[in-house]
Design a protein around this ligand. Structure first.
Ligand SMILES: O=C(CO)COP(=O)(O)O
Length: 132
């Protein structure tokens, strides 16, 4: 199962803290991230994370493309609601694609736990041997 992790600059400490607190669960996923988020998470957690471009340079669009191709099962995107972003159209496009393709999306810490809990529940179901 493939999960995208993204955080705006003001939220990077939060995504690092979140990732540390859910390390055992997150290790079960195939992870990808926008450039700087992925770099910071690799450095601080040692997780193996595929890094896309930095968000303002097209990383949000690349994750959007993964969603459109059916290669992303969830997005945790800790957005900064108080700072204008130069690539706001890219951000809106990514959020829109989550809705188009019905991809679980968390945009703050409280919902991040809820989305991850649900994805882990699905993973546990997939891991369970089939009963006959
Ligand atoms: O800007 C972002 C998402 O819109 C995040 O990009 P970085 O992870 O490269 O900082």
């Amino acid at each position: 199962m493939r999960l995208a992790l993204i955080a705006h600059d003001e939220k990077k400490p939060d995504i690092i803290e979140f990732t540390r607190s859910r390390l055992d669960d997150l290790e079960r996923f195939d992870l990808m991230a926008t450039g700087t988020t992925g770099k910071r998470l690799r450095e601080s957690t040692g997780l193996d994370i595929e890094r896309k471009q930095s968000g303002p340079l097209g990383g949000d669009m690349q994750i959007g493309a993964e969603i459109a191709d059916g290669n992303c099962d969830g997005v945790i995107f800790l957005r900064d609601p108080l700072t204008a972003q130069p690539h706001e159209p890219d951000i809106s496009a990514l959020l829109r694609l989550c809705d188009v393709h019905s991809i679980p999306l968390a945009t703050n810490l409280a919902s991040a736990d809820a989305v991850l809990d649900e994805l882990v529940r699905v993973l546990d179901g997939e891991d369970r041997p089939e009963s006959h």
